[in-house]
Design a binder for this molecule. Structure first.
Ligand SMILES: Cc1ncc(C[n+]2csc(CCOP(=O)(O)OP(=O)(O)O)c2C)c(N)n1
Length: 274
């Protein structure tokens, strides 16, 4: 990966995390672990992959603040907008709204609908012979929803290569581990059997995500990328713990997580990029 791009992505991801943690702290509420899980993925799709004409759906809408922080990083949302998060009359609600903010094409939050929305966008743009693409980030917990698999059938049936499906595979959901609540493995084989080309990536590593981007671009079939992630990534006390799913941050926790992220960021800058 280009060294400058790598540095930019690391910096953006750090700013994005700081911003959404501040939002959750001010709101005294929020899906902290879910957002830390998807932060690099969102950063890469938005700043390392998407073109301006493309769209992105964060199907795991409970991580909304991470999406709002990306839009703030991009200059679409102002700091006043960000400060209104979770407050009365705001349009920056706990789950992303539709038709209120540029670059949020659909409302999400009721899990299991993102891939269906992406499929609709994909078929419409295929019929219009448009080269717009749609990136859909789902969680793994929402693969418990039948609607996701119905959408997967549709994407494969119509060979919608303009839909890129990324799965935030952190192996945890709201109340337990995915494999205990509703077993998904062998996930790659299952999705592959639906007709997708399945790629596995490290969802926190920009180099790995970039290599999945190149494979996707040369694929003749719709692609699903299983992005292996850690819920609560970067905050050691809570990493891979079900408790980090929803966590109103106490003052000392907030200071701690910021401090850890800052140290992680400094360290990542000094590591050589392959
Ligand atoms: C249809 C639906 N059922 C239940 C919920 C409540 N809910 C919010 S988050 C969540 C689980 C989160 O786990 P996962 O989807 O794997 O996301 P992540 O671990 O990445 O946060 C649930 C059940 C919902 N938002 N939508």
């Amino acid at each position: 990966m280009d060294t400058q791009l790598h540095k930019d992505l690391l910096t953006k991801a750090f700013h994005i995390k700081k911003r959404f943690l501040g939002m959750y702290k001010a709101a005294n509420a929020g899906h902290v672990g879910s957002s830390l899980s998807v932060a690099e993925l969102l950063t890469f799709v938005r700043f390392g992959w998407m073109k301006d004409s493309d769209e992105m759906i964060l199907s795991k809408g409970h991580a909304a603040a991470s999406l709002y922080a990306v839009l703030a990083e991009e200059g679409i949302l102002s700091s006043e907008d960000i400060d209104s998060f979770y407050k009365n009359n705001t349009y920056l609600a706990a789950h992303p709204p539709v038709n209120k903010v540029k670059r949020i094409p659909f409302a999400t939050g009721s899990l299991g609908h993102g891939l269906s929305l992406a499929a609709g966008f994909g078929i419409a743009n295929k019929l219009k012979k448009s080269d717009k693409r749609i990136f859909c980030i789902t969680s793994d917990g929402e693969l418990n929803e039948g609607s996701t698999w119905e959408a997967a059938l549709f994407v494969a049936q119509h060979q919608l290569t303009n839909v890129v499906w990324l799965i935030d595979r952190n192996r945890l959901q709201g109340y337990g581990r995915t494999e205990e609540v509703m077993k998904l493995e062998p996930l790659a084989d299952k999705i592959g059997a639906f007709g997708f080309e399945v790629i596995e990536a490290d969802g926190h590593d920009f180099t790995s995500l970039e290599s999945s981007k190149f494979t996707t671009q040369s694929s003749k079939r719709p692609v699903a990328i299983i992005c292996n992630t850690t819920k609560g990534y970067g905050w050691k006390t809570y990493e891979d713990k079900v408790d980090c799913h929803y966590l109103p941050l106490k003052d000392e926790q907030y200071d701690l997580v910021l401090d850890e992220l800052e140290r992680g960021f400094e360290l990542s800058k000094s590591v050589n990029i392959p």
